[in-house]
Each structure stands twice: as C-alpha cells, then as structure tokens.
Design a binder for this molecule. Structure first.
Ligand code: SAM
Ligand code: SF4
Ligand code: SF4
Length: 372
C-alpha cells in the first residue's frame, strides 16, 4: 500500500548535504577528527527491519504493523555500499561490521560480503569483516557467510533461560535456535565468536551468572553491555542500567576474575579472564565509563547517511553523492571533510553531566536504523 511506503525515516533524521571540496586531495589514511581520533571502524546497517522486537531497541508498541520501514529503493545497493566502503578504507578504515536491523534478513547478504572481502588496505592487507546478528537464521546461513569471506561473528543473546529470552526478544523466539546458530558458526570457523548480552536491571540481570556458567569453558567471549539511552523510543531510565562494575562483582563472587589488557585502541569492551583459565568475558560500559576519547567508529545507515556518533541526531547524506554525478575522489574528499569536523563525544558529556540523557532524545537516531 502506497501510504506504507512513505520513507518516514527520511524526514525524521535530518541529513546535511555533504560539502564536496573544490580540489580533492587523495586520501592518505591519516585522517583525524577535531579530537585527533582516526577513522578505523565502519559499521554498515544493511536493513532497518528485524524479526525481533527487543524492548530496548524496537519496542513492539512503536515498531508495529503500521510502522513505515524504508522502501527497497531507499536502501543502498550492494554496489553503492561496496563503493562507499572502498573510499572509507582509503581513509584508514580497517574493520567493517555489518549490522542493522537484523543483517541476515537482507537478501543475498553473502554477495555483499564477497564484494567487501575483495577490498584491500593501502598496504595490501585484507579487512577485518564481521557481523552482528540476533542469530535467528544463523544456523542456515553460517556456511554461506564463511564461504563469502566473513571473518568473525557477534551474536546477541540476552538470556539463556528460554522463557526470559522469549520475553526479551518479544517475538516468542526460542533460545535453542540461537544456540544452534552459534554452534553452526563455530563449526564453520566463524570464530572467535562473541556473544553480547544487554543487561537491563530487573529484566534479565538474574541471567548474568547463568550466561557466564553456560559459556565458561568455551572459546566464546561473553560480553555484557550496559543498557543505553540510544534512540527515542525505548523509554530508557538510569535505574534500569546495571553498572558493569556490578556485573563483574557478581561473577567474581562465584568465579574469580582478573583483568586483561585491551587488544587494540578503540576497543569498546574491557576484558577479563577467569583465574582458572576457563575463558574470557568482557564488559561494555557505555553509560558508566564512556570511551569517546578513542572512538574511531563511523556508521553508515541503511539509506546511506553517515553518522559520526551513536547518539547523533543528524547524518550526512552520502547516498546523494553516491547517486549523483560525483567521482570517487570527490566523494572521498567529502568524507574527509566530514570526519575532520567531527567533535562528537556524547557519552563523555553525559557522564560529565553536560548532556542530560533526555536532551535531544526525540530527534535521536534509532539503533536499528543506524546499526549497533
Ligand atoms: N539485530 C542484530 C543484533 O541484535 O545483534 C544487530 C543490530 S542490534 C541494533 C546491535 C546491537 O545493539 C545488539 O547487540 C543489541 O543488543 C544492541 N543494542 C540495541 N539497543 C541497545 C540499547 N538500548 N542499549 C544497549 N545495546 C543495545
Ligand atoms: Fe532486532 Fe537487534 Fe534491535 Fe533486537 S537488538 S530488535 S534483534 S535489531
Ligand atoms: Fe563514540 Fe558517540 Fe559512543 Fe562516544 S557516544 S563512544 S563518540 S559513538
């Protein structure tokens, strides 16, 4: 029906038309923003649709049958995504994460992965290509994803108890199917696998230990994410955030832990390992310990808007350039100008009390659209 096809998100999320420099300087991979942060990580949302209705992301009351998801023509095509990705790589991006919505709902995603797997850094290295999924159709798709060149995978799983999991995903989806997806991903070699659990106090915090017990002794790295005030629809409240320090304390009371060094700069998770050598866990403290100072992530939305922060309310309309009469050099030049002007550090401002969690929330971009 025509009325369902109105691309509401186009209107909802303002996007500036990027400025194309008169003279394009070829990218040298050394771009820095106003806080000196490099551009290393590109997250690409390949669909705004999802078969789950996690209340912290796509609450059922808002994302119901009437909700106008983007029409197919608004989505970046695989060719457009691959072209944009190539220009980002020239600017220094080394890691690409496909996300959404539920990325595995995008038809023929393995074709896009194969295109991205062909890209090389200026030094001739392969990129690190990864994907975040709710795992619902992973058992069926893992082999094709691996064959196409996907390196690793992160699976979101908020509970190991079936009843709690079905409630969290609000689509009555059974936990057994996600576990089967994880097992298949392991079997085909999409490791090391990470499992992300968003912790909501009073909703699934009683699953922290159960989840730790389940994955302890496996190569899977379980990571606990603080529930964030992202978007405008999840009714976020600080008292539903369980600080990561408490997550660690609860686990350490049963299984002694010791901290590990970060793998790389810009890593979002603080790493811990079980003292008995039976595995690693991580905590992502986006609320209580902001990590904006080395945030090197850019996000490309489903319809090709570039966002410089998860909490941004404005994007930059790269699709207009990709579909316009612009050369690669011009588009790369525009991306360079956008990154060089970046000063976003929302979580730090929130911690310093300079940004109220509700400030501008009504205009803030939604997680399923921008990608987590
Ligand atoms: N559908 C895929 C999935 O769930 O893995 C990929 C997209 S989802 C938006 C990416 C990640 O964002 C998931 O791990 C999800 O749990 C997390 N996320 C969504 N809303 C969140 C919130 N309000 N606070 C913290 N994490 C959130
Ligand atoms: Fe879907 Fe992922 Fe959002 Fe849950 S977190 S509603 S699985 S996009
Ligand atoms: Fe990066 Fe924005 Fe998150 Fe800070 S709040 S870590 S700048 S995405």
């Amino acid at each position: 029906m025509a009325d369902k096809m109105i691309p509401l998100a186009d209107l909802r999320y303002a996007a500036a038309m990027p400025r194309v420099p008169a003279v394009s300087v070829p990218p040298i991979g050394l771009l820095g923003d106003t806080l000196g942060r490099p551009l290393r990580d590109l997250r690409i949302s390949v669909t705004d649709r999802c078969n789950f209705r996690c209340s912290y992301c796509m609450p059922k009351e808002v994302f119901d049958k009437q909700y106008a998801f983007l029409p197919q023509t608004s989505l970046l095509s695989f060719e457009e995504i691959a072209r944009a990705a190539r220009l980002f790589v020239a600017h220094g991006v080394r890691k690409i994460r496909l996300t959404g919505g539920e990325p595995l709902l995008r038809k023929h995603l393995e074709v896009l992965i194969a295109m991205l797997a062909e890209l090389r850094t200026p030094e001739g290295d392969h990129l690190d290509i990864t994907l975040t999924t709710n795992g619902s159709v992973l058992a069926r798709k893992a082999q094709a994803l691996k064959d196409a060149g996907l390196n690793r995978i992160t699976v979101s799983l908020d509970a190991i108890d079936d009843a709690i999991f079905r409630r969290m995903n609000d689509a009555d989806f059974p936990v057994a199917d996600v576990l089967e997806g994880i097992a298949e991903a392991q079997r085909v070699g999409l490791g090391p696998i990470k499992v992300n659990m968003v912790v909501k106090r009073g909703t699934n915090d009683d699953q922290i230990l159960a989840m730790a017990r389940h994955f302890k002794g496996t190569p899977i790295v379980l990571r606990f994410i603080e529930y964030m005030d992202v978007g405008a629809t999840n009714g976020w409240r600080m008292d539903e955030v369980l600080p990561s320090a408490q997550v660690i304390a609860r686990i350490a009371a049963e299984f002694p832990l010791e901290p590990l060094e970060a793998n790389e700069t810009g890593e979002t998770a603080a790493r811990w390992r079980y003292r008995d050598g039976s595995g690693e866990i991580g905590v992502i403290s986006s609320v209580t310990q902001a990590f904006c100072h080395d945030c090197n992530r850019a996000r490309l939305s489903t319809e090709g808007k570039l966002f410089l922060c998860l909490f941004a309310s404005q994007g930059h309309d790269l699709r207009a350039l990709l579909r316009g009469d612009y050369s690669d050099a011009q588009i790369a030049g525009a991306i360079g100008l956008i990154w060089q002007a970046r000063g976003d550090r929302y979580s730090e401002l929130r911690s310093e009390g300079a940004a109220a969690p509700s400030a501008g929330a009504e205009r803030r971009v939604e997680m399923h659209y921008i990608g987590g």
